[in-house]
Design a protein around this ligand. Structure first.
Ligand code: IPE
Ligand code: IPE
Ligand code: MG
Length: 247
């Protein structure tokens, strides 16, 4: 396994775990078995992220657009999510992992909503790794929801339109206090963001892999981190400026 620079571990890693369906189809199996194997990979990667000292992990578990998939597939994914939480609760609670969720939760089944509320509540005192699931999530919906909330404040006379700036919009996102991801990993060979964290990805480093999500392991995560450590993040400045020591 590659050696990593412990001082340059990205603080926030976001993942688009893609390729479950193709993993199953290439084996002549039903897509749902790909999703099942995909939850196994989530289990593995959460442990690996914790071991590697990543502070925050955000996993795109289900997009707003994924609701348009065949109902049996949607149901199977929701069922697997439910099972994942039940099976992982003890591990998450006792290993300092704090679970959070972002997205339009009201679109989820009441049973899943209750399960999520419970795991969020049971882990809220934890602070080793913050694990966020984006569920029924879309970056555009998140921005729309923020704009609606801001419009309500303006309408109520509590906010001047001139006071609306990037900080204000950020403050109305689903998880306003969460710093932007340093690294985005997408598996499954596609090079697109598929409506994930559109606001937050402004200066995130992107890393894609041909590996299908169910095959993703700790060593793939290490490879992504090693690639990240070779990058020079410039944030619009020149390379020389970016290399100046921060005073
Ligand atoms: C990602 O795998 C999981 C979800 C979208 C829930 P896919 O199901 O998109 O797998 P492919 O892209 O069809 O192979
Ligand atoms: C992105 O994967 C969403 C999740 C992994 C939850 P998709 O498979 O839905 O994305 P597209 O359709 O290939 O862009
Ligand atoms: Mg896909």
């Amino acid at each position: 396994m590659r050696r990593l620079d412990a001082s340059k571990i990205p603080r926030h890693v976001a993942i688009i775990p893609d390729g479950n369906g193709r993993w199953a189809e290439s084996r002549g199996l039903p897509r749902n078995l790909g999703h099942k194997q995909g939850t196994e990979a989530v289990r593995v990667v959460v442990r690996a992220a914790h071991e590697l000292g990543i502070e925050r992990l955000t996993v795109y578990a289900f997009s707003t657009e994924n609701w348009a998939r065949p109902p049996e597939e949607v149901e199977a994914i929701m069922d697997l999510l439910d099972r994942y939480i039940v099976a992982e609760t003890d591990y998450l609670v006792s290993n300092g992992i704090r679970v959070e969720v972002i997205g339009r939760m009201q679109m989820l089944d009441a049973r899943i909503q209750e399960r999520l509320v419970e795991i969020v509540r049971r882990t809220e005192g934890n602070d080793e790794l913050r694990l966020t699931f984006a569920l029924s999530y879309s970056g555009r919906s998140e921005i729309v929801d923020a704009v609606r909330a801001i419009a309500r404040e303006v309408e109520a006379g509590n906010l001047e339109p001139e006071a609306i700036d990037e900080k204000c919009l950020q403050a109305h996102l689903y998880a306003p206090e969460v710093p932007d991801p340093d690294l985005l990993i997408r598996t499954g060979g596609e090079h697109r963001v598929s409506n994930f964290l559109l606001w937050q990805l402004a200066y995130t480093e992107l890393w894609t892999s041909e590996t299908l999500w169910p095959d993703f392991t700790k060593s793939d995560l290490v490879e992504a981190l090693a690639a990240y450590q070779q990058r020079e993040r410039r944030f619009g400045r020149t390379g020389a400026q970016a290399r100046e020591p921060v005073s």
